[in-house]
Design a protein around this ligand. Structure first.
Ligand code: GDP
Ligand code: MG
Length: 432
C-alpha cells in the first residue's frame, strides 16, 4: 500500500490547485492502494467519496500545500474509523478470546496474561480449545513459563463444562482469560460453541483476534461473531510482518468495534497497545512519505545552494542557475514551490515562472556561456548593447536574453521576500 498510495499523493505535489480532475485521479489511486491493503470494497468506496467531497469543498488551510491537505483528509477519514482504541480496564474481569483457527488467540492469551501481570494483576487462563490436537499442551506450556495459573482438561471434548469448572477453580485470580477453539472457517458449530461458552463465562470482555494478513473475509468473520456473542474489542495479530491490517480495519468498521491491541511477534512480550496514529501511518506508508521529504531536504543542501550568500542579497545569475539545477534534482520547480509553505514566494512568482523545463535550462546555460564573468555576477550591467552581443554570440534571440534577465529579476525579488521573512530554509523544510 505504502508505495502506491505514496505515488498517488505525489501526484498532488505538482497540482497547483486541487481541481476535480486531480482529485478524481488521486482518489482512484487511493482506492487502489486501500484495496491492495485489503480494506473492504464498500468501505473504500465510502471513504473515497468523503475524501473527494472534502478535498474539493474545503479550502486548503494557509501554510499547507494541497498534498498535505489531502493527506490530512485521508488520515482523518481513517481516524474516524479506528479513532478510538478499546481500553481494557485493569480490574477483576473475565475475558473471552474468539477467532478462527490460527488467528493468534492462544498466543494473544499468553500476551495478555503477561500484560496484566506487568500491571500487577493476577491473571489466570482456562483452555476451552478441545478441538485442536495439542491445544491443551500449547497453552499449558505458555502459562507455566509465565507462572500463570492454568485450567484445562486434556482429552475431554466438553468445552462448556471445562469453562464452568475452570472459572470456578480459578476464582481467586482477578483476570480470567478463556481461550477458545477456532475452526478453519465460520462453521455453524463454532458459532454454537461460542454462544454456549459465552453464556457460561459471562465475559466482561469478548476479544476477537484477527490475523493482520486476513483479507476480505475479515468483515464477514467479525459480523458473524458480533451477531452471535458480540465483540467488545479486536486484537490484530501478526503485524510484525508485511501485513498492513486493512482487512481488520474493515472488520472494525463493519462491527463498530475498536482495536485494543496489536500483536507484533510470537513471544508473550510482543503485544502493543493499539495506537490509531501509528496504525494509520503504517497503513498509509507515511514513514515513506516522510523519508521522501527528508531526501528533498538533503538534496537542497548548502553545497547546492549558497543560501547565506543569497540571504545577504547577492544573487547572481550563477546563483540562480545553480539553484535551478539543485531544484531540478528534486523535481520540477513548481513541485518544489508547492512544498514550500511560502505565501510570499509563491505569490511573487507567476505561473509561468514555474515552467523551468530542461530545455529552458539548456537555453539559459547557452546564454550564460556567452556572458562575461562580470555580467554573470552583476546582471544589471546588461543593457541593450550587451543583450545584442550575447544573443549573437549564443545564437539565440534577444528576447531569450531578456527572458533570462526577467526570470533572474523575479527570482531575486522572491529571494528578497525570503530575506524579509527571516526564516531558515533548512528548518522550514524539516517542519514539513
Ligand atoms: P490460534 O489458533 O488462534 O490459537 O492461534 P495461535 O495463537 O496458535 O497462533 C497461530 C500461529 O501464529 C502461531 O504459530 C503463532 O506463533 C503465530 N502468531 C500469533 N501471533 C503472532 C504475531 O503477532 N506475530 C507473529 N509473527 N506470529 C504470531
Ligand atoms: Mg489456540
Amino acid at each position: 500500500l505504502g508505495s502506491s498510495l505514496q505515488d498517488a499523493l505525489k501526484k498532488l505535489v505538482g497540482a497547483g490547485r486541487i481541481d476535480e480532475r486531480t482529485v478524481t485521479e488521486v482518489v482512484k489511486d487511493i482506492q487502489r492502494a486501500l484495496l491492495q491493503a485489503d480494506v473492504n470494497v464498500k468501505l473504500v468506496m465510502q471513504m473515497s467519496s468523503h475524501i473527494k467531497e472534502r478535498a474539493l469543498k474545503e479550502e486548503v488551510p494557509p501554510g499547507m500545500n494541497p498534498r498535505e491537505h489531502v493527506i490530512k483528509i485521508v488520515y482523518h477519514e481513517l481516524i474516524s474509523i479506528v479513532g478510538r482504541s478499546a481500553d481494557i480496564p485493569l480490574k477483576p474481569q473475565t475475558i473471552m478470546m474468539i477467532g478462527l483457527q490460527g488467528s493468534g488467540k492462544t498466543t494473544t492469551t499468553s500476551k495478555l496474561s503477561r500484560y496484566f501481570q506487568r500491571k500487577g494483576m493476577k491473571p489466570a487462563v482456562v483452555c476451552a480449545d478441545t478441538f485442536r490436537p495439542g491445544a491443551y499442551q500449547q497453552l499449558k506450556t505458555l502459562c507455566d513459563k509465565l507462572n500463570v495459573p492454568f485450567y484445562g482438561e486434556e482429552d475431554n471434548p466438553d468445552a462448556v463444562g471445562i469453562v464452568e469448572r475452570g472459572l470456578a477453580e480459578l476464582e481467586k485470580n482477578d483476570v480470567l482469560i478463556v481461550d477458545t477453539a477456532g475452526r478453519h472457517s465460520l462453521e455453524a458449530d463454532l458459532i454454537d460453541e461460542m454462544e454456549q461458552i459465552h453464556k457460561v463465562a459471562q465475559p466482561d470482555y469478548t476479544l476477537l483476534v484477527l490475523d493482520g494478513a486476513i483479507g476480505q473475509q475479515a468483515s464477514e468473520q467479525a459480523r458473524a461473531f458480533n451477531d452471535s456473542v458480540g465483540i467488545s474489542g479486536v486484537v490484530i495479530s501478526k503485524l510484525d510482518g508485511t501485513a498492513k491490517g486493512g482487512g481488520a480495519l474493515s472488520a472494525v468498521s463493519e462491527t463498530n468495534s475498536a482495536i485494543a491491541f496489536i500483536g507484533v511477534g510470537e513471544t508473550p512480550d510482543d503485544l502493543e497497545k493499539f495506537e490509531p496514529d501509528r496504525f494509520i501511518s503504517r497503513l498509509l506508508g507515511m514513514g515513506d512519505i516522510k523519508s521522501l521529504i527528508e531526501k528533498a531536504e538533503e538534496t537542497l543542501s548548502e553545497e547546492d545552494i549558497d543560501m547565506e550568500a543569497m540571504m545577504r542579497g547577492r544573487f547572481t545569475l550563477k546563483d540562480m542557475y545553480s539553484q535551478l539545477e539543485a531544484m531540478n534534482k528534486m523535481g520540477p520547480m513548481k513541485q518544489i514551490m508547492q512544498m514550500l509553505p511560502l505565501g510570499g514566494m509563491g505569490a511573487k512568482l507567476s505561473d509561468d515562472a514555474y515552467k523551468v523545463t530542461e530545455d529552458k535550462m539548456k537555453g539559459y546555460r547557452v546564454l550564460m556561456d556567452s556572458m562575461t564573468d562580470e555580467e554573470l555576477l552583476n546582471p544589471r550591467l546588461i543593457g541593450s548593447a550587451r543583450i545584442r552581443r550575447i544573443s549573437l554570440g549564443s545564437g539565440s534571440s534577444p528576447d531569450a536574453v531578456r527572458d533570462l534577465l526577467k526570470y533572474h529579476k523575479m527570482m531575486q525579488n522572491a529571494m528578497k521576500g525570503l530575506r524579509g521573512g527571516k526564516f531558515n530554509m533548512q528548518k522550514m523544510m524539516k517542519k514539513m
